[in-house]
Design a protein around this ligand. Structure first.
Ligand code: F6P
Length: 335
């Protein structure tokens, strides 16, 4: 029995990510195992503002480790951005007797968590976003599943692009970050990848790549575009103007956010949820549970928010080295 902390809350906030449920499950089970009560706060920070909650027991988190989305629902709360909204949230914490909150989400969630901690509510953050763009953590829950989903979709696209000898321009998520685009681009052997972290030279980065692919014998091309580096439709138009081919555009969109979490996301989420509750129980709060070289680390929220993470450009070099180096699979192989 834990004598210090009796009751904690858990919430998911911001864009959902596969593995959030596994994290919720781990938080609830760890809390119960340590003799604490656990209250699920629904719809992110809005749930704290509106007293929208559910008492969690083990049955509530049974059979959710394999489910995408979040059983607690999620939202981006406008009201929580304002002091009045945060005061309402604090009032709910006091009314329910919540002595700590585990907040699962991205940067926006952690900014909210910092504000709440400044009002005296202890918080621990768990990074979850398919964008993998949380500076204090090498890995964020959901990224691996989203990569696998995008790869599966692009593999299917490649089949039809190959048959029709076409160019595909695929837009993947990532408003400010190109992790998804770059990892997926390497994994599908893309002709070209555009990411927001790298200034685009359209002639070199796209047109010349397509030309090299054609010269190497390819008759279909796969261009992967991160959402934050421009519209796939615009890029398609420019390709048409430059080389006369007529690309097909696919925006993968929210399909990348759903689906059963991968082994990596389930395992990471479970470890992070366990670590978050232990941190609260042992008095180490107002921090984010991040990963570093596979190990979990606790980073003070304020420091976490001031950190920067840059994409490893070696990965871009790998992509360039491996693309367009020879004839890829094409129908003529069978003729
Ligand atoms: O933050 C994750 C993310 O999926 C981004 O990649 C994307 O730009 C954004 O959320 C989309 O947000 P919404 O679901 O609100 O359209």
């Amino acid at each position: 029995m834990n004598n210090e902390i009796h009751r904690i809350g858990v919430l998911t906030c911001g864009g959902d990510a596969p593995g959030m449920n596994a994290a919720v499950r781990a938080v609830v089970r760890t809390a119960l195992g340590r003799g604490m009560e656990c209250i699920g706060i629904r719809r992110g920070w809005n749930g704290l503002i509106n007293s929208d909650f559910v008492r969690m027991d083990t049955s509530k988190v049974s059979h959710i480790i394999d489910k995408g989305g979040t059983i607690l629902y999620t939202a981006r709360s406008e009201e929580f951005m304002h002091p009045e909204g945060r005061q309402k949230a604090v009032a709910t914490c006091k009314l329910l007797g919540l002595e700590g909150i585990v907040a699962i989400g991205g940067d926006g969630t952690f900014r909210g968590a910092l504000e709440l901690s400044r009002l005296g509510i202890p918080v621990v953050g768990i990074p979850a976003t398919i964008d993998n763009d949380i500076s204090c953590s090498k890995y964020t829950i959901g990224f691996d599943t989203a990569c696998n989903t995008a790869i599966e979709c692009i593999d299917r696209l490649r089949d039809t692009m190959q048959s029709h000898e076409r160019c595909s321009v695929v837009e993947v998520m990532g408003r400010h970050a190109g992790y998804l685009a770059l990892y997926v681009g390497i994994a599908v052997g893309a002709t070209a990848v555009l990411i927001p972290e790298r200034e685009i030279d359209f002639e070199q980065d796209v047109v010349e790549k397509i030309r090299q692919a054609r010269l190497a014998g390819n008759t279909h091309y796969m261009v992967v575009v991160a959402e934050g580096s421009g519209s796939a439709f615009e890029i398609s138009k420019r390709i048409h103007e430059a080389v006369g081919i007529d690309p097909r555009v696919t925006v993968l969109g929210h399909i990348q956010r759903g689906g059963s979490p991968s082994a990596r996301d389930r395992e990471t989420a479970s470890r992070m949820g366990y670590a978050a509750v232990n941190a609260i129980a042992e008095g180490r709060t107002n921090c984010v549970i991040g990963t570093n070289e596979g190990h979990l680390v606790e980073i003070p929220i304020e420091e976490a928010l001031s950190m920067t993470k840059s994409i490893q450009m070696e990965r871009y070099e790998v992509l360039e080295a491996l693309s367009n180096r020879g004839t890829c699979f094409c129908s003529s192989d069978f003729l």
